[in-house]
Design a binder for this molecule. Sequence first.
Ligand code: FDA
Length: 302
Amino acid sequence: MPNRLLLAAARRENLKRFITNHRFTRSVARRFVAGDTLDDAMAACKDLESLGITAILDYLGENVASETQVDAATSAYLASLDRIADAGLDAHISVKPTQLGLNLGPDVCILRLRKIADAALATGSVVAIDMESHEFTDGTIDSYAKLRETHDNVVLCLQAYLKRTRSDVSKLLYLKPSIRLCKGAYDEPGEISLGRDATRASFKELLATLLASSDYTAVATHDDTLIAEAIELAGKWKLDPSQFEFQMLYGVRRTLQSELVKAGYRVRVYVPFGTQWYPYLMRRLAERPANLRFFAEALIRG
Ligand code: FDA
């Protein structure tokens, strides 16, 4: 489970200022973020491609304050789709609903989602929708369900740590959904979320349901036990390799990513880029507080 104290500390403005302005901590962020620009992200995708790994581009940003910012994020995604198509890369994009204005109203978000999904359809690409904190779960699932009626190139992320997810999956099955299953990265209240072991058990159960009933499942984890479970189910049920893929985060468990490719599995890596990397980085630190060591070392070196 993400480290609560770290996620709470991350909300303090003075910590944010310190981390985003300090050149040494910026350099640590580069372990998890491809760079500030789309060029940086495309270079990272090319490097991954040379290893047999496909990519998901994530233009960093969330909780926008205005429709102007929503439009800027939309333009960045449209530009990303163009670059992916021009480069002939097997890559798709992943959007955050509050980056497309879900926090300003559901209509603001769905309008932009449709525009992006249309553009992706035109170039044969895919749009994944990230799942954020629980205030946005209903709005995100509703947006996905609406979009899925007209677009089959959309993927929804669901979080195994939420108690509600089993019921959400059951309700979505009629759509033959494409789901990216992850554990969940936000600081959620105990009443609605599961602890560490129960999250793993929930992941296994949801994984089995999804692999058995949908055309495509993304197994988004770096957890050896869950990866082994997916491999075992795929073997037992003789799944076609196109029915699932492993997804991991840029900069996390690179050796494992390559090992899975060598073993014949599909691996796709989530490549974040842009200047708004602070909340993303803090979630990565909260998943694995041992990463704080990099910060300490960078500061000492500085
Ligand atoms: P776990 O955290 O137990 O990690 C297993 C092992 O992986 C660790 O022991 C360590 O070796 C390594 N590891 C994991 N995280 C690391 C890190 N940050 N740094 C270094 N090593 C690390 N969440 C969400 O709420 N909404 C979303 O939309 C998404 N989207 C998403 C897409 C993709 C492609 C991935 C892989 C993940 C997400 N997540 C997410 C994040 C997810 O919910 C979760 O927080 C992380 O994947 C970490 O959980 P694991 O399942 O990897 O297990």
